[in-house]
Design a protein around this ligand. Structure first.
Ligand code: PRP
Ligand code: URA
Length: 208
């Protein structure tokens, strides 16, 4: 599946601030949340709606609403949690699952350390969050775990994606739509996205 890229001048402006190494933790975290909200709007632009009747201050009328409870947001720890605030702001009643993965610095292979999902994952729409899609290993393993658990409808939201990760993800999980704010040039020899923004987890949590 081809990635859907949120190409927009304001997002480019926000990405410029994220990429700048002088940007501090507070602003970095806020912008990650803002872009995550916008990715969520895009990912749900054709979501199924239910008709219901309400009363405006003027009259009764039929409106269309999402079933918020059917959505599960799944941040990949740690950096994915930086996107969570932005999604909860727009769909506050969604359920939240967590997948703990970190990349082994030498092999670049993801190592699992946590997995917790809400019930009935097979009946829900799952939106996986991670700001960085680099080699694709973490995204692929997280999605495989969700599928083993029964998840059928999965979307993946990232802020910056590398062509290498996009290719691998679409080969292994062709049914999963990727929404990203940007596709960068490549990976460097230690698996970082170029030009990228550095280590997303460290910049969100101020750990370096
Ligand atoms: C980063 C990022 C992704 C992963 C992407 O996490 O948040 O999860 O790397 O790389 P990949 O596509 O090559 O798998 P990291 O392992 O640094 O853990 P952290 O979020 O705890 O900092
Ligand atoms: N993880 C990050 O946080 N940044 C990268 O550039 C690649 C993986």
């Amino acid at each position: 599946m081809e990635p859907i890229v949120l190409s927009n001048s304001l997002i480019k402006h926000k990405l410029a601030i994220l990429r700048d190494k002088r940007t501090g933790t507070k602003e970095f975290r806020e912008i990650i949340g803002e872009i995550a909200s916008l990715l969520c709007y895009k990912a749900l632009e054709n979501a199924e709606l239910q008709k219901t009747e309400i009363e405006t201050p003027i009259c009764k009328t039929e409106v269309e609403k999402l079933d918020e409870n059917k959505y599960v947001f799944v941040p990949i720890l740690r950096a994915g949690t930086g996107m969570l605030d932005g999604l909860i702001k727009v769909i506050p009643n969604a359920k939240i699952g967590h997948i703990g993965l970190y990349r082994n610095e030498k092999t670049l292979k993801p190592v699992k350390y946590y997995y917790k999902m809400p019930s009935n994952i097979q009946d829900r729409e799952v939106i996986v969050l991670d700001p960085m899609l680099a080699t694709g290993g973490s995204a692929i393993d997280a999605i495989s775990m969700l599928k083993e658990d029964g998840a059928k409808k999965i979307k993946f939201l990232s802020i910056i994606s590398a062509p290498e990760g996009i290719k691998k993800l679409s080969e292994v999980h062709p049914d999963v739509q990727l929404y990203t704010a940007c596709i960068d040039k490549s990976l460097n020899d230690v698996g970082y996205i170029v030009p990228g923004l550095g280590d997303a987890g460290d910049r969100i949590f101020g750990t370096k």
